[in-house]
Each structure stands twice: as structure tokens, then as C-alpha cells.
Design a protein around this ligand. Sequence first.
Ligand code: SDX
Length: 430
Amino acid sequence: MDKQRNATLNVDGKSIDLPIYSGSIGPDVIDIRSLYAKTGMFTFDPGFVSTAACKSDITYIDGDEGVLLYRGYPIEQLAMKCDFLEVAYLILHGELPNAKQKGEFDSIIKNHTMVHDQLTRFYSGFRRDAHPMAILVGVVGALSAFYHEAMDISDEYHRTVSAHRLIAKLPNITAMAYKYNAGQPFMYPRNDLSYTANFMHMMFGTPCEKYEPNPVLVRALDRILILHADHEQNASTSTVRLAGSSGANPFACISSGIACLWGPAHGGANEACLNMLEEIGDVSRVGEFIKRAKDKDDPFKLMGFGHRVYKNFDPRAKLMRETCHEVLNELGLQDDRLFKLAIALEKIALEDDYFISKKLYPNVDFYSGIVQRALGIPVKLFTGIFAMARTVGWIAQWNEMIGDPEQKIGRPRQLFTGATQRDVIAMDKR
Ligand code: SDX
């Protein structure tokens, strides 16, 4: 048995030992749970730059080496050798499925794709121009109103069926948001199609004619979903875990994750990046925007660049760029204006000392907007696609937390800098 390693902290002349733990790979951690009891002090880590909030077996990121593993498998291999539901099974269960397990999982998900007919009426309460993410936050949260019989989160079967319902219904709910925006009728799912082909059918099919999705485009979108499926303890996953730590139902927790993902610093960056490229418009203006991104007094940031963890290339960005090439070639859009602009912007930024010194590289959102636009997905729906894919990671992380015997309600403290106690005086004396 290895001797317990400790970190020794000296506070006002008093020494305390804090245990150090090692994972299977990655940085060790210092267990500070006894810190307040032993010192009367809290740690201070706004934005959780140096804080591990939990243990997890699901996803590992090495930001310096540009490594992303789902349950130990490199994202590069999963993106090229698996389909999205295969990866979803892996993230949920910890192992890649064999043919029998994959067939059963595909069948289970296909048999949960329809939504309750009453749910379709939620959409008519929105304006036609409602942002799809506003619709997703509302409708996904409302799903909990339809499954009262399976909401005991201490019951493993209830957790499993909720996971299947969420994974199966998000494509339908997302496509319905698109149809509602477009003023077109909702399309029922087709269970003879694969998960991603079915999504494209519900998005681009109409009751007027048979729609057969292009297999090259289906494969590209399926790969995009794989790249977005999970990503360790990012902001939206941490939101889902914190919501879940109170015992909230899984639909409410996923809805909270969707709300957090919407932010332009997080999943909303793909929409913001495409809008930024449209605003730049031409390679001749790239320098002007690079200058703005470097200006401390200008809040403008280069959307799709930078990452809290990746201080090297985001491996997903490379795969997304390759997927971009494939889709644009398939569609005869090799000279796509925005793609060429993005390539030029990336080259100029990567040669600029500011970006080099701050280790700012393209992240997953830099190319995803361009390829989604080429697939015919409207800009406002880019983050909805991200949410649809990340639902697998969110529900797996939520399930892992609920199943952790050590899990407690999340309740951080603060460094209080406000007014000390004082007495209320009568208004006429203020
Ligand atoms: C996602 O966490 C995840 O895993 C998220 C995600 C996932 O899969 O879940 O990977 C998905 O959210 C990807 C990130 C998408 N967001 C964007 O592309 C928005 C633009 N990027 C930035 O807002 C920023 O890079 C963040 C939010 C992504 C990261 O911010 P951090 O880690 O808090 O870093 P920081 O803001 O402290 O930046 C460090 C420095 C700062 O300058 P200084 O204060 O040191 O002088 O770099 C600068 C920043 O101003 N900087 C940028 C920049 N990103 C950081 N400057 C210009 N353009 C940028 N994009």
C-alpha cells in the first residue's frame, strides 16, 4: 500500500496536511474538504481555474497535448470509425457496444423518438422568430411534465429510461424548433432511418415529397455530433451536475445545461463565430479584427478561438476543418467565401505574437458554423445542434454523479466584500 502523500499548508504558523490523490492519468488533486474545519478559511478560485469539482471516468482532456479521450478512446478514432449512437453507448456505459448491443441500443432509441402530441402545442406559444435555444430550454424542461411515473432518480431504471428519452427526443424537438421558425409542418420521425439521417429528415423533409438525405452529409453531421458529445467538466456540464446535486429531475437538469450552453463564451460561440465572419466579410479586413481582439479596451474577442483547457490545438477543430473540406467538396462549394476567410483568419491569427503568447488556437466552434451552414442548418440553430449532441455527455455525467455514493448537494461559499452589519434608519433620516 503506497504511503499517503500530503500537501502541507502553513497558515499563520499552523501546519496542516491535506491528502493528495492521483487519477489514472492527468493532474493529481489536493483534497481541501477539511480546510475550512481546520483553518476557518475557504479556497478562492473564481471560474474554477484550478478546481476539480468531482471524480469522473467519462472524458479526459490533456490541454497541452491536444488530447481528448471518451472512456479512453481518442476522439480522432471515434470520429472516423464509429457512428454517434455507438459513441453515445460508449459514453453512457463505459465500453463500445458489440453488434448485438448496438442493434438493441439503436432499437431502443428509435422507439423513443416520438414526442407526446400535447408537447407540440408548446411551440405555438412562442413567436415564430423565437430563438431555437429559447424553445429548447422551455420544451426540454417541460418534458418532465409527461413522465411523472419515471422520475425517481434513485431508481436506476428511471434514470436509464430518462436518458433514452432525452437522447431520442432531442433531434425531434430541435427539428421542430427549426420547422416552427420556418413556418413548415412538423415532420414525424422515420424509424427506418439512422439517428442522424432521421434528424435531417425531420429538418429538411416535407409532407409533399420523399426526402432521402445525402449519405455523405449524414456522415459529416454524425461526425459533428460525435465531436460535441462530451467534454469533461465544462460550464454547461458543471451546470447540469450542480442542478442534479439538488435531486432535480433529469429533464430540468438538461434544460439548465442548454441554458448555460447558449452563452457566446461557450456553445453559442459557433453562431457568434459565423456572424463574426460575415461581419469581417473579406480577407482585407482580417487585420482590423485581429487588432480589435488584441485591444484590452475592446470587448471583442475572436469567436471560435481560445479555450480554458486547450493550450494547444483543440483536436476537434482539426477534425471539424477536415469535415468542412469534405462537405464543401461534396456540395461543390470549394470556393465558399466564408471558409476561405476562416482559413485566412486562422493562418494570420496563428502567426500573431498575441495569439501565440496567450496560446489561443481555434476551438471546436471555429469551423462548426461553416460546415453546418453548408449543410443548410440556419445560424440560429447551430447551438441547438451542439445541445442535441451534448445531451449524451450531460446525461452520462448526471448519471455518474447520482450514482456516486460521495455526492452531496453543491454549495460553494464566497469571499464577502460587502457592507458589514448596520442598522436600518427611518427614511426621513436617510
Ligand atoms: C466551448 O470548456 C469547454 O470544454 C468548452 C467547450 C466544450 O466542448 O464544452 O470546449 C466548448 O465553449 C469552446 C469555447 C467557445 N468560446 C469561444 O470561442 C469564445 C471566444 N473565446 C474566449 O471567450 C475564451 O477563450 C474562453 C471563454 C473560451 C476561455 O476563456 P478563459 O479560459 O477564461 O481565458 P481568458 O478569457 O482568461 O483568456 C486568457 C487571455 C485573456 O487575456 P489577458 O487577460 O491574459 O490579457 O486570452 C485572451 C483574454 O483576453 N483571450 C482572447 C480570446 N480568448 C482569450 N483574446 C482574443 N480573442 C479570444 N478569443
